[in-house]
Ligand binder design. Structure first.
Ligand SMILES: [Zn+2]
Length: 270
């Protein structure tokens, strides 16, 4: 996919089921999920939430950016039931991108499914030439739980490499990271603007596309309270010529948010 002059490549790292829907969204009765089961069948496995984890490679001029690094080596994510894991290194190889070609790793936040390939199984940095950009609050929150193995391997062992930011920042020409508060302290998304085209990578602002239609639904595992970012972003993306990118959505995770039969739905753009 191309946004103006910027290339956006989704790379699937893993897919699995994370939790019972009623655990993840305790206030939502099973019947309320029905319309979304029809719209997004790949995101359901019986009563469980089936979650793809894709990362995005962005090429902007001479700069190659990896947005998030997935779940990581198989077995890194004890909470979920994996179907497939550990796919990112192979996906990069198929694309012909060497690990040392990544100039910048941008971490939207530091949940376990967004940082897993920061380092490999032995704790050796995966992208040796990259700056690892993260928000100060996200880093501080992650480091407040130093006993978690994924934090030790993918955060504490790389602490010298982090390029810490505190607010909106240009990552490369046409790529601007913005603070998208809620879900995780210091969560950030990325706006892409190039040659009159626009896209927004929404991180986990609405981590199931049903939340685009039901922004009031509460996710039980948020580590920071929702602050209105979801509603504000919806106003910005709904029925507009803006591509909306999320690593937990079906297929490529690249689509548009449109009103269809009085529902707000995400439609993949092939
Ligand atoms: Zn996530």
């Amino acid at each position: 996919m191309v946004v103006g002059h910027i290339e956006v490549v989704p790379l699937l790292d893993a897919v699995g089921t994370l939790a019972e829907l009623e655990e993840a969204y305790p206030g939502v009765p099973a019947k309320d999920w029905e319309p979304y089961r029809e719209l997004y069948p790949e995101l359901f496995a019986g009563s469980r939430w089936r979650v793809p984890v894709a990362v995005h490679l962005l090429r902007a001029g001479d700069t190659t950016v990896l947005v998030d690094t997935g779940v990581g080596p198989p077995g890194s994510f004890p909470m979920w039931r994996p179907e497939r894991e550990g796919l990112l290194p192979g996906a990069l190889e198929v694309l012909g991108v060497d690990r040392d070609e990544i100039d910048l790793v941008f971490l939207t936040h530091l949940h376990i499914d967004h940082l897993g390939w920061n380092a490999d199984e032995r704790g050796v940095v995966s992208f040796p030439n990259a700056r690892y950009v993260v928000h100060r609050e996200a880093l501080a929150f992650a480091r407040s739980n130093p006993d978690r193995p994924h934090i030790r391997r993918c955060v504490d062992s790389l602490v010298e490499r982090f390029d810490v930011v505190e607010g909106d920042v240009e990552l490369a020409p046409g790529l601007t990271a913005f603070v998208a508060s809620g879900h995780y302290p210091g969560q950030m998304g990325v706006r892409i603007r190039s040659n009159g085209s626009e896209a927004v990578l929404i991180a986990d602002v609405a981590l199931h596309p049903a939340l685009l239609d039901r922004p009031e639904w509460v996710y039980a595992f948020d580590d920071a309270p929702q602050t209105g970012t979801r509603a504000a972003l919806l106003d910005e993306i709904r029925d507009r010529d803006v591509l909306v990118i999320c690593g937990h959505y079906p297929g490529s995770g690249i689509g548009r948010v449109v009103t269809l039969d009085e529902r707000v739905v995400w439609k993949e753009v092939a």
